[in-house]
Structure formats: C-alpha cells, structure tokens
Design a protein around this ligand. Structure first.
Ligand code: GTP
Ligand code: SPV
Ligand code: MN
Length: 618
C-alpha cells in the first residue's frame, strides 16, 4: 500500500485519485503528499493533458477572479499582479546552500536548513480552503534527448493556466515512464490575496532554489517570472545541469534566416531582459528584402548541445511566449500582434472603457480614457504610464505566424552564430564580429546594459554577462570557462557577434530604427557566417562598411551609419577598465584568456585615433 497515495485520497475526487494512481513514480506521490501536508489545501486537482482538464483550469482562473475575461476579445483574459510584484525579485530570490558552502560570492544565498525552515514556515497552511493544482509538464519537444520534465503544485489557477500556454503537456510522459524518471519540482502559493485576487504580503515574498533536491519554493508572489516555476526558476537548475554535463542552457532567442541564395541559417541571441529577444526572433524583413524569410524557434531560453557533426544544436524548452507588451505594435512586430489573436493572458496592461487592452506604443495615439494597470483612471498626458513597463502577454508559440517548421524538431536546429546585445545609449557600435571564439566569449561576458523594468531595483548600467547574471546559479568565472571549453570541443563553433540597437544621439533619440530594419545587420551576419561578407578590422572587432549592408528601402545616410559605428578611444579605454571591475568580482577563478583579451583590447585602442571611424579607413 502506497501510504502517500492513501494520505492524499481524502482530498482527491475519485477521478483525480485514479489519475494519480496511473503514475507509478513514487516520488511524484511523495512530493504532492508533502506539499499537501505543508500547505493544507482543501482539495487537490490533478491536471492531466486532457482538453477537459485544461479548459477547467482556465475556467477556474476566471471563476476565482484571478483572471478576467476580455469581453471584446473572446478567448483572452487579463491578470493583474500587485504593485510590488511587477518583475523578477532579486532580493527575494535565494539559493539554498549547505553550511560552509558558497556557490559564488555574487549570488544571493541562504543556509539551506535555515532557508527551508523559513520558506516552509511561510507556506504552512497557506492553501487552507483552496485547491492545490498539480501540473505535469515537459520542457522540450517530446522524444528529445534535450527534454526535462517537471511537476508544479500551486494554488494559483492563473499560474496553472500560464503553464498551459507556455509549456508542453507532460502528464502522459509521467504516466508512461516508469518509477525512476527524474523531474524538477516546484511548490508555489500566491499567499494572502486582496479582493482583486492579488498577492498582498510582498514583504513575505520568497523564491528559494534548492538545487540539491531539484526543488523550487515560491510564496507570496504571482508575477510569472517568480511563480511559473518552469520559466526562469527551473532554468537556473538547468544551467547547473548543463555545466556539469557539458552543454549550454542559455537566456537566448532562436531564429532561422532564409535568404534568396543561402541555405537556412540559424542564430541564437542573448539580450538581457527587455532588450529585444522576442522582437528579434519574430523579425519581419523590411522592404528591400523580397524573398527573405525569418522564422522563430524560441524567444527566451535555448538549450544547446554539441552535435556529432561538429556544430551546436539548439532547442527551445518552452512552447509559448511571456513577452513584453509595451512597444509591441503592427509597425514594430506584426508577428507578435498576429500571435495575440487568441488564447492570451495579458498581465498588467491598461483597459479601454470597452474592456479592450492597451499599452504604450500599441497605437500611435492613445485612447482618450483608460483604466491603468493599477485600476486608476488614466488619460493621455496625466504623467503616468497606462500599462506597467513590464506588462506582458502569455501566448502559445504555435500561434506565431513566423514559427519555424523545425521548432519542435527533437534533434534541435544547427546554430551558425551567436548574437549578443545590450541596451547601450552611448559608445557601443551597431554591430561587430569577434576575432575568434575566445574573443567572442569575452565580448559576451562583458556585455553591459542599461536598466529595464523586467527586474526590480536595478543599477542604471549593469554588466550582464551573456544576459545570464540574474540566472546563473554558480560561479560566473566557472561559467565563462565552461563557454571557452564547449567552444574548444566542437570542430566548427558558431561565429560570435555583438549588436546594439539602442545607441542614442545628443537629443536622446534612437539613432537606429531597429525592429524589422535589424534585418540589414542580420544579413551582414549571414554573409559573414557563409564567408561572403566583407569586414574591416576595428579596435573592437570586425566591422561592416556602409556598402557592406543592404540599404534598399531605407534612406540612411552613410555619415549617420559611421556615427553609429564610431569607437571613442577614451570611452573604449574606460569600458575596458570597467571590465576589470566586473572581473574582480570573480577573480579567484577567472579564465586567463580574459586577462589577455582585455590587454589586447587596450592595446588596440591605444594604437587607434581618439575617435576611430570606419570612414577614415577607406
Ligand atoms: P524578456 O522577455 O524580458 O527576456 O525581453 P526580450 O529580450 O525578449 O525583449 P523584447 O523583444 O520583449 O523587447 C523589450 C523592449 O524593447 C520592448 O519594449 C521592445 O519594443 C523594445 N525593442 C525591441 N527591439 C527593439 C529595437 O530593435 N529597437 C528599439 N528601439 N526597441 C526595441
Ligand atoms: C526576463 O525577465 O528575462 C523574462 C521575463 O523573460 S521573466 O519570466 O520574468 O524572467
Ligand atoms: Mn527573458
């Protein structure tokens, strides 16, 4: 007799009891029983992959008030998070480590016993009177060597519904695989809610990662980045697993580009949160690119493994997008807008009097009256944004018109280049290519970016190596070494590029039109990858001349392009100097190559004129 199953029985319907019995993995029963013991829900709902169960979760999200149906858009709902719950919370997110162990000085960590006692204390009896929903999910396509499975227990129908849109169903995998299948575990409670069904005890928000037990605890939060365990929390566990097994789990979008003559070329790109991954992955080629197609594989996370043919292969472990709404419009990202036609949860957006959604940048002129993301009346010019800057949409990837035909290929897609880009309003050129793998890893590791709304309380300019600083659950220096090593192991590692769509002129205006026009940069990258594109050696890397980019359909003066590409010697030297500050934090284990690369950068800058411009080279 399985005592866990028997203990759970009184809280399960007959049908749900059967669903749970059909899974023979004893660890599943154990996790759910312990979660139930701790949180004390009134009942437990076992969500299978059936359409009926999935529809029930969505209906409950609306019935409980966690989501509201949008009357003008059938199939759409909206959910609001609390004022203090509008992004990933770095303060509240901690790694549990045993006594005397440190994963890294730079990480937020807490003694494992102490942390477990604290978070379990907060979770105790928190689901009283509520239903605990259990969701079985698969990260990655079915039958893929990449895929990892997960189980989340939550008292939030909104979270359970979001997971349905973002991940592949996994109940059948759990049912069919025997008693030994490994899986990730997440226990979440939204905690005390107000009358709007918003978590209120934000001082008691905790997100604890127990890598020793592959378990995540999340409490008193609803923001999906903190509560949907398989988004950025399981990602942290995957990063550690990748490190120990010789592959890469990255904060990257994945896209394919098909030109008029070339084969399809796949790219992986890391841009820090709210710096353009979703938009780049869904890029709509502008006029002048007839015959070119861009396809989307993923917009946030990529798992990358060396293949037998000397190339890297990547999959998207997710099956949906949790994308930034502000700035998304038919002119910036038509693919995203068309993806949003059905089955969407909007979060923290503004509502029109008709009950439709709106966010900054969605239309040129805002509606005359809105209810803002905090439920207050809003009119243009009132001085507040109507939607929160980190307002988002949650939507299945399969609805994206540009979805790549191979996005679910269990073997992944072959990667030809890595593109890294932050949000830099000064000094950082539009595009350049690394001289070699080690230099490329250095460029990626020193990536800087200006603060965005995706995380709470960021410094104005921060270094965000590979866009991974918020997520990497071990020493960053070891992570850099891991990157250098995986590149050494494959015969043909991807080429590495740095891009920056966000340089501003003296009036504070973006100098580069961005979005679809990024295709011009992308085409040069495709050309370089296939050994066709021309480049000049600059102090920072290989750069295209004006005539190396395709300009058909865009009136962009050469002088302006050269301004965008200029490298200031003093600014470059200051930049190189501040790399030192970054590396000091990880000094104990910093790869030697990084010291050499910094020295080489300084010497190239020392030899360059005060303002290095491509035009001078001609
Ligand atoms: P996360 O989901 O947080 O990881 O973000 P992301 O990297 O996917 O960023 P996303 O594509 O959602 O873009 C974030 C913000 O940057 C949005 O407001 C976009 O409109 C804006 N953005 C994206 N690409 C460009 C661009 O090429 N130029 C300009 N000016 N803005 C851009
Ligand atoms: C990010 O912040 O990078 C996101 C959103 O993609 S979250 O799910 O909060 O991580
Ligand atoms: Mn992200």
């Amino acid at each position: 007799m399985n005592t866990y199953l028997e203990a759970l029985r009184p809280k399960l319907s007959e049908l749900d009891y059967e669903k749970l019995c059909a899974i023979t993995n004893f660890k599943v029963h154990e996790f759910i029983a312990k979660a139930s013991d701790l949180c004390n829900p009134e009942r437990i709902f076992i969500c299978s992959d059936s359409a009926e169960d999935i529809a029930y979760v969505r209906r409950q999200a609306i019935a409980t008030g966690e989501e509201k149906a949008i009357l003008t858009l059938p199939g759409h709902t909206v959910h609001f998070d609390g004022v203090y719950d509008q992004g990933r919370d770095r303060q509240a997110t901690k790694y549990l480590v045993p006594k005397g162990v440190s994963l890294s000085k730079a990480l937020n960590q807490i003694d494992r016993q102490e942390g477990l006692a604290e978070v379990k204390g907060l979770l105790r009896d928190l689901m009283t009177g509520r239903t605990m929903i259990t969701r079985f999910l698969s990260l990655g396509p079915s039958n893929s060597i990449f895929s990892i499975h997960g189980l989340q227990c939550t008292d939030s129908w909104y979270v359970a519904h979001s997971e349905d849109l973002l991940y592949r169903h996994g109940y059948e995998v759990f049912r069919q695989s025997g008693p030994d299948m490994e899986f990730l575990r997440v226990l979440h409670s939204a905690g005390k809610l107000n009358e709007n069904k918003t978590s209120i005890e934000h001082e008691k928000k905790r997100i604890y990662i127990d890598h020793m037990d592959n378990t995540i605890y999340s409490v008193n939060t609803q923001y999906a980045g903190n509560s949907v365990g398989f988004k950025k929390l399981a990602f942290r566990l995957a990063i550690r697993k990748a490190n120990s097994e010789g592959w890469l789990a990255e904060h990257m979008m994945l896209m394919g580009v098909h030109g008029t003559t070339s084969r399809k070329t796949y790219f992986a790109g890391a841009f820090p949160s709210a710096c353009g991954k979703t938009n780049f992955a869904m890029l709509v080629p502008p006029e002048g690119f007839k015959g070119w197609t861009v396809t989307t594989v993923g917009d946030d996370i990529a798992w990358i493994k060396p293949g037998k043919d000397g190339r890297f292969y990547a999959i998207n472990p997710e099956a949906g997008y949790f994308g930034v709404a502000p700035g998304t419009s038919y002119s910036t990202n038509a693919n995203a807008m068309d993806t949003l036609k059905a089955n969407v949860i909007f979060t923290n957006v503004a509502l029109t009097p008709e009950g439709d959604v709106w966010w900054e940048g969605m239309t040129k002129t805002p509606p005359a009256k809105l209810i803002d993301w905090q439920g207050k009346e809003w009119s243009p010019g009132c001085g507040r944004p109507a939607a929160h800057p980190n307002a988002r949409f949650t939507v299945p990837a399969s609805q994206c018109p540009s979805i790549d035909p191979d996005w679910e290929n269990p073997a992944g897609v072959p990667i030809s280049a890595f593109v890294f880009g932050g949000r830099m309003s000064k000094d950082m050129p539009l595009v350049y290519q690394a001289f070699n793998w080690a230099h490329g890893v250095y460029l990626a590791a020193t990536m800087g970016s200006e603060a965005t709304a995706a995380a709470i309380g960021q410094a104005a300019m921060r270094r965000d190596p590979m866009a991974m600083l918020p997520f990497c659950g071990y020493n960053m220096a070891d992570y850099f070494t891991h990157w250098l090593n995986v590149g050494r192991k494959v015969a043909n590692p991807p080429r590495i590029f740095r891009v920056n769509w966000f340089r501003k002129d003296e009036n504070g205006k973006f100098m580069w039109p961005g979005f679809g026009e990024n295709m011009r940069v992308l085409k040069w990258i495709v050309d370089r990858v296939h050994g066709r594109g021309f480049a000049i050696e600059s102090p920072v890397g290989w750069m295209p001349r004006f005539e190396d980019l395709e300009w058909k359909g865009l009136d962009f003066p050469a002088e302006r392009f050269y301004e965008l590409m200029a490298v200031g010697r003093d600014a470059g030297t200051a930049e190189a100097h501040s790399h030192e500050e970054l590396f000091d934090r990880f000094l104990d284990r910093l790869p030697k190559e990084f010291t050499f690369e910094r020295e080489l950068l300084r010497s190239r800058l020392w030899r360059s004129p005060a303002r290095w411009e491509l035009a001078h080279e001609e």
